[in-house]
Structures are given as structure tokens and as C-alpha cells.
Write a protein that binds this ligand. Structure first.
Ligand code: SAM
Length: 258
């Protein structure tokens, strides 16, 4: 698709407006970069619009990194002038592609209510969107039932989507304000718990992790059926949030990733 052809159908102000509106729309997600778009497409995202500043470069990237998606990306991505492309994202996008996709609907209450032989990851007030993305990425890789965050950060924020390489589209990911009734056992990951190694976790557990600075709140710790710790050498106070999630999933759940 040529620049001229695109701009006949979508004017510059229209494109700017569509990306601006998408950033503020909780039904939409703004995808910044090739890897996030790659996973979005692999996991059947409804991509409404994709733009690139260089269709030939994008095609070569797809041929190298996602040959399965070359036709889909070529058909989808509209080439637009570099100055317009640069105006659509607050930060430069190294891999030259931006997109808008519809977020899949998530029934959050059902995630907590449904008994399932896969753990659900719960993050209490995470403060770093890169960490949230890294958690989504490992949860998707491990085959977790979903990732639910509490607190003001949106796990579908473009920065979290970058950190998650777009794997938000691979499993249910949602934010909520208050914890609903749980039909699954609640396991709190906390440095003062029982050592994680050697104790199999309930396969349908909600695995709860605290915020980077404050850890888990007392109310959630009190509600937990189990408190588990990842052993650390004396003097080390805690692990990075996403690292703790990765260890808990892969150590506590033998079939993770299978
Ligand atoms: C960066 S840590 C929070 C550190 C915080 N200053 C605290 O005192 O808890 C973020 C979360 O990762 C999990 N975590 C980190 N290290 C852990 C460990 N060794 N064992 C269990 N959970 C851990 C906990 O859920 C923790 O709330």
C-alpha cells in the first residue's frame, strides 16, 4: 500500500486522532513495535489499524522474525511518512510499526470463580508497567489462567504491552478494584512464608504478589491460605516482582509451559 493511497483514505489529522482516541479508550489497545504486533496477530487480536514508516523494512523484519505472519503484516500495515509516524507515539518505536487493536473481553469474576488446573496470577498495586508486562509475558509462556492486577495501572497500557511483547492477547489480562469471592485457594508469595521448593502448590491457586515497594497488604496476607517464600541468601531483601512470578510459576507448577 503506498503512502498516497493511504492518505487518500485516512488523512493525517484522522490518523493522529485515531491513535489519540485509542490511547484513552479502555476497549482498545495501542501496540507499539513489531514483537507486540507479532503476538497480537498470533493470538487472534482484532487489529483495526496498523501503520509503518517503511514497509520494506517491516517486511524484512517479518521474514526474519515471524515468517508465518509475512502475508498478514503486509496486508495490514499502511505505509505513512516518517514524520507522521513519529507523531503517533510518545517515544520512538525502533521496529517501525504501530497498531490499534480491540482488547478481548475478560470475565474477571469467572476467572476467580472457575476451578481450573492452572494458576491465576494476581498483582496487588504493581507500580512499574514494564514489570507488569514482564509478568504477563512469563504467565503466557507458563500457560497460566490469566493475570489480574489491582491498583491504578492498566495492564493493557502501551508500555505494559511492550514489556509483555503483546502477550496480553494470549491469556485473560484485566484490572480490578476489589477482590471478588474466590473459589480457588489463595497463595501469597511473601519473603516470610514457607520455602517454596518441595511443596507442590494447589494447581488451581490464585498466586498473589505485592507491589515493588510495599509488598502485599496485610488484608491480602491474612486472607491467604498459604504463604510461600522463594529462598534468598541472607542480606537480599526481595526479588524483582516479575522474577518472583516466574519462579513461583515454574517451581510451583510442574506442568508450566507444557
Ligand atoms: C519487589 S517485591 C516487594 C518488596 C517489598 N519491599 C516487601 O517488603 O515485600 C515484590 C513482590 O515480589 C514477591 N517476592 C519478591 N521476593 C520474594 C521472595 N523471596 N519470596 C516470595 N515472594 C517474593 C512478593 O510477592 C513481593 O510482594
Amino acid at each position: 500500500v503506498t503512502v498516497d493511497a493511504v492518505l487518500q483514505h485516512v488523512s493525517r489529522p484522522d490518523l493522529r486522532q485515531r491513535f489519540l482516541a485509542a490511547r484513552a479508550d479502555p476497549a482498545l489497545a495501542v501496540i507499539e513495535g513489531f514483537h507486540a504486533l507479532k503476538h497480537a496477530l498470533r493470538f487472534a487480536a482484532q487489529v483495526e489499524l496498523a501503520v509503518t514508516d517503511d514497509a520494506a523494512v517491516l517486511r524484512r523484519l517479518a521474514e526474519r522474525l515471524a515468517p508465518d505472519l509475512v502475508p498478514a503484516i503486509a496486508a495490514l500495515a499502511l505505509e505513512i511518512p516518517p514524520d507522521l509516524f513519529a507523531a503517533l507515539a510518545p517515544r520512538p518505536t525502533a521496529t517501525g510499526v504501530l497498531a490499534v487493536a480491540r482488547r478481548p473481553a475478560v470475565d474477571v469474576a469467572a476467572l476467580f470463580a472457575a476451578p481450573a488446573a492452572r494458576p491465576l496470577v494476581l498483582l496487588q498495586r504493581p507500580s512499574d508497567l514494564g514489570n507488569v508486562g514482564a509478568v504477563v509475558r512469563v504467565a503466557a509462556a507458563a500457560g497460566a489462567a490469566g493475570v489480574v492486577t489491582m491498583g491504578h495501572h492498566d495492564p493493557w497500557h502501551p508500555t505494559a504491552l511492550r514489556g509483555g511483547a503483546g502477550l496480553q492477547f494470549a491469556l485473560p489480562v484485566a484490572r480490578l478494584d476489589t477482590l471478588p469471592p474466590l473459589a480457588r485457594p489463595l497463595v501469597a508469595l511473601h519473603p516470610d512464608g514457607e520455602p517454596l521448593a518441595g511443596i507442590p502448590l494447589p494447581q488451581d491457586a490464585v498466586l498473589a504478589f505485592g507491589s515493588e515497594r510495599r509488598g502485599l497488604d496485610a488484608d491480602l496476607l491474612d486472607r491467604a491460605d498459604l504463604r510461600m517464600a522463594i529462598p534468598m541468601r541472607p542480606g537480599v531483601s526481595s526479588l524483582n516482582l516479575a522474577t518472583a512470578v516466574a519462579i513461583a510459576l515454574y517451581v510451583g507448577w510442574p506442568s508450566a509451559g507444557a
